[in-house]
Design a protein around this ligand. Sequence first.
Ligand code: KG4
Ligand code: ZN
Length: 373
Amino acid sequence: MPDLTPPLANVVRPAGRLVLGIETSCDETAAAVVARGADGRGTVLSSVVRSQWEQHRPYGGVVPEIAARAHVECLDEIIATALTDAGVGFRDLSAVAATAGPGLIGGLLVGLTAAKAIALVRGLPLIAVNHLEAHALTTGLTENLQPPYVLLLVSGGHTQLLLIEDVGRYVRLGTTIDDALGEAFDKTAKLLGLPQPGGPSVEQAARNGNPARFPLPRPMLGRPEPHFSFAGLKTAVRLAAQAAAPLDDQAIADLCASFEQAVVDAVVDRTRTALRLARARTNGADVLVVAGGVAANQRLRAGLTNLATREGVRLSIPPIALCTDNAAMVAWAGAEHLVRNETSSLDFAARARWPLDANATPIIGSGRLGTKA
Ligand code: KG4
Ligand code: ZN
């Protein structure tokens, strides 16, 4: 890879530490350069994300081998673009950070190995980043928000409620026992013949639908621990669709709206429980942060906005491009560890499973990324 450092005379170097981030844990290949000022504030200098969705589309889901190969084929170019867009070269960097888990192991190996090679050749510190931690710390980058806060992470691969006590101190309050929420949207779309990714198509169809037409279950409602379950809801949608067949456009819209409303009711209930548990543990958990692709859903946002008002907490949702998988969040998590002198050795191993809270009881489940972290 060429040294992309522009001629020195033309460069206005951003103050602080520059970290290159690399993300390859699922079906997005991403690289980004983020600056962390001495005041702890972050700036995204570049963020390049390339989705592999078209390569997986014929198979109806992410194929791990195709994902790993696609990362190999474009990662060099994506890194080069991220450096060029930021107007910096390798020699300007303070560190290189890469997602080392949880995720699909082939993809993780590609990104982490690239980061190790850059670190070795350029004499830079390496920071192996936990993907969930990267999501969890994003609001530090976007609005300088400091812990403690409660994080609701809802994506295609993960559904978790975490208490972020501090950088490096995470308590898992709840997780899914089966499907991730984004996965439930995707499977519902598939069942109703709507295009993938399913979240946006279910949301679009639901706009013209009646959320009260189909009585669907609200899984785990009222349980004392804020865990999630979406497999039963998916089955209920299938049974309702079979009973109402043949489905016209209105029936599909009503099913989508009913599904979305059931999801929102369940997620709001589980999040309320998590907020109350968090408050019992800390004095300051009065902020709710939402991340992951499903955070784009308007009905969910409205439900969480109401919840936040009722519970007297502030709701913070990063811009959607930083809610979905990206490498700026990885670079930022890397920067947070770098300033704490927490770097990784070059033999750090990628890991498919990497729970943020090592003390959390394992909950058996399976999903798009395999067993839930
Ligand atoms: O965080 P993300 O971009 O990627 C990973 O899961 O890694 O999340 C993608 C998920 C998909 O399941 C997609 O269907 C869902 O987020 N999603 C949505 C919406 N936009 C994306 N779900 C519901 N409503 C949406 N508007
Ligand atoms: Zn993610």
